[in-house]
Design a protein. Structure first.
Lengths: 379, 248
């Protein structure tokens, strides 16, 4: 009977196409919504992706890596004195504005001031330049997003040696780094901690974060607990910092509502279009299903047929939808668009599509169970 | 009931005793079958005739188990349908009853052979075996070359031939036909009835035909006349006319 169900489904090509399109469209909407959600969440901890350190120490009130809550200058030494800490260095993270010295538009950037001695937290991958050149006077490393914005504005290539102006101070570009885009304008400018004091708007303390690492034989968990216990500061691992930052965004921004709406609309559209079309498909086949019932097909067999039809529509629509989104994502520049297709997203969407198909199938099975076989004798 | 009772008392395939059936539409209740007493003998072709709305189709639905009764006993091929569960009645229909419908009710997305194979597939016969049997039956009803055609590409007569093959492919003991010729022209109607008679003749297959097409009464072994939910009489059809191929 399954092959009869499939022939009934595939035989009506227009309806089959509408059914698959509905599920496909719902899949695309839900995948896009969830990808957008995780993409935006990624922005919330981009700083922790660009500045790598095993342990981060921040003010106890800080909830996100980009929060600029100054510490006391003595806190670096207090952290260094905790047993199990291999090293601890100061870090400044804050917003500032940058533009070409020759003029042009001003751009909001995230300024990262690294410890000049160790350059701990320096960008892992340089597209051009040398990381050690950060120790040269007035030197900065910019990321590719910043370079592209400047190049687009002035219409010619930005090169090493070009000059920027930040906080009325001159800065020389000595390197271009690959970096994940952050919040706001998303560009990162790296310099040393001492020099960051000049480039950033003045504030009482320029120590906003402390980067640290556990000594050999010590675990990150033990050391973070020890730092928190002995200094009263908040010490977290890189993973914890990312989680903390994304949690903060979820809690303090309207993002969940937007995404919930987007995913919800996708679900409702899927249920509406596919559910309704599937129901109409069953209604239009009432006479044929009644004939099968009259000829001795049990309600269970007819239910099997409907479930198989719903499952096929769901699988094909989901497959096409995810395929379309995967293809679309592969065309986007890596790390630039706020869209991330985590492996969990297709799984979540698949469960949602399964639910849509199950609801549609259950309603239709109920409808079929109420068909009187005697209907076939009515003209 | 009438003078044919003595003939019908033995060897019956269908026996209805005191059957009532009514339908409710809002507050209105319509009694469609009223104290029906009806019998059809094994191996015979019994016609149920009468004006529209007299209850013919309801009677057909009741005796083959596609419709429950409100009261009375329905015994078909030795099975007391009124006492069986819905699932058992469904199984009974699958094994024992072949259907020929007024509008053919062929599945439009299946080929002729696949349509004919449906009753076998419902019984769980493997697809390849069912299709082979279906092709044999299409040959027996004279359209072997149409096995792979879809119903939309067949004429009305050809579609009814497919329906006849479908009703016979699982070798049922009872075939119920609802207005089998009403959608066909006169010549095709006679051809279809001859085919039905030829394919069921000489076996133990009982055929019950509901019709108000007097052109085909001549094919009946017995005709039951209905009116207003009751059976007025059951009798042999009118004598054959000389030269009538159907009754000669």
């Amino acid at each position: 009977m399954i092959e009869i169900a499939l022939k009934m489904l595939f035989g009506e090509r227009a309806k089959y196409a509408i059914l698959v399109s509905g599920i496909c469209f719902a899949t695309i909407l839900m995948t896009q919504g969830l990808s957008f959600f995780f993409g935006i969440l990624g922005f919330s901890y981009a700083t922790a992706k660009n500045i790598r350190a095993p342990i981060w120490v921040v003010d106890p009130l800080v909830q996100s890596v980009d929060e600029n809550q100054p510490l006391r200058d003595t806190d670096v030494n207090r952290v260094r004195s905790v047993e199990g800490v291999a090293w601890a260095v100061p870090l400044y993270i804050g917003g500032t504005q940058a533009k070409l010295l020759s003029g042009g538009a001003t751009y909001q950037v995230t300024l990262a001031g690294l410890d000049a001695d160790t350059l701990a937290g320096a960008p892992a991958k340089l597209i051009s330049g040398n990381i050690l050149d950060l120790r040269l006077p007035q030197s900065v490393i910019v990321d590719m997003a910043f370079v592209e914005r400047i190049q687009e504005e002035r219409g010619k290539e930005l090169r090493l040696g070009d000059m920027l102006e930040m906080n009325d101070r001159r800065a020389v570009i000595v390197g271009i780094a690959e970096a994940a885009e952050g919040q706001g304008n998303g560009s990162f400018v790296f310099t040393t901690w001492d020099r960051a004091k000049e480039y950033a708007p003045g504030q009482r303390s320029m120590l906003t974060h402390i980067l640290a690492a556990p000594a050999p034989g010590w675990s990150e968990a033990d050391v973070t607990r020890a730092i928190t216990r002995e200094t009263g500061l908040k010490a977290v691992s890189e993973a914890q910092l990312k989680q903390m930052s994304s949690d903060s965004m979820v809690t303090n921004s309207p993002l969940p509502y937007f995404v919930g709406l987007l995913v919800g609309v996708g679900f409702v559209i899927g249920l509406g279009i596919s559910g309704q079309t599937f129901y109409a498909f069953v209604l239009e086949n009432t006479r044929h299903l009644g004939a099968l019932k009259a000829m001795g097909a049990s309600d269970f067999k007819l239910a099997q047929m409907i479930v198989v039809q719903a499952a096929i529509v769901g699988f094909v629509g989901f497959g096409v939808g995810v395929g379309v989104m995967s293809g679309f994502f592969s065309l986007l520049p890596e790390g630039r668009a706020p869209l991330v297709l985590l492996w969990q997203i297709p799984l979540i969407v698949f469960l949602a599509v399964t639910l849509i198909c199950m609801v549609a199938a259950v309603v239709c099975v109920w409808r079929v169970s109420r068909i009187e076989p005697g209907i076939v004798f009515r003209s | 009931m009438n003078d044919s009772n003595s003939i019908l008392e033995t060897g019956f395939a269908v026996r209805l005793r005191g059957v009532n059936k009514s339908f409710r539409s809002g507050d209105q209740i319509t009694d469609v079958l009223k104290q029906i007493e009806f019998e059809a003998r094994t191996g015979e072709m019994t016609f149920v005739v009468g004006p529209s709305g007299c209850g013919k189709t309801t009677l057909l639905s009741v005796l083959c188990g596609t419709l429950d009764t409100d009261a009375g006993e329905v015994t078909t091929l030795g099975h007391a349908l009124h006492a069986l569960s819905a699932a058992r009645v469904t199984q009974f229909r699958a094994r024992n009853v072949g259907f020929i419908f007024q509008q053919f009710n062929l599945l439009p997305t299946l080929t002729a052979a696949e349509n004919v194979a449906v009753p076998l597939r419902i019984q769980g016969v493997p697809a390849s075996k069912a299709l082979a049997r279906a092709r044999e039956w299409l040959a027996r009803v004279g359209i072997p070359e149409k096995a792979n055609e879809h119903p939309s590409r067949l004429s009305g007569g050809q579609q009814q031939r497919v329906a006849i093959a479908r009703s016979l492919v699982h070798e049922p003991s009872l075939i119920v036909c609802d207005e089998p010729t009403s959608a066909l022209d006169s010549v095709t109607g006679h051809q279809v009835m001859e085919l039905l008679r030829d394919t069921t003749r000489g076996g133990r297959c009982t055929v019950i035909v509901v019709t108000h097409d007097p052109r085909i009464y001549q094919y009946a072994d017995r005709v039951a006349e209905m009116e207003d939910g009751r059976i007025l009489r059951v009798a042999a059809p009118a004598p054959a006319q000389p030269g009538n191929p159907a009754t000669n």
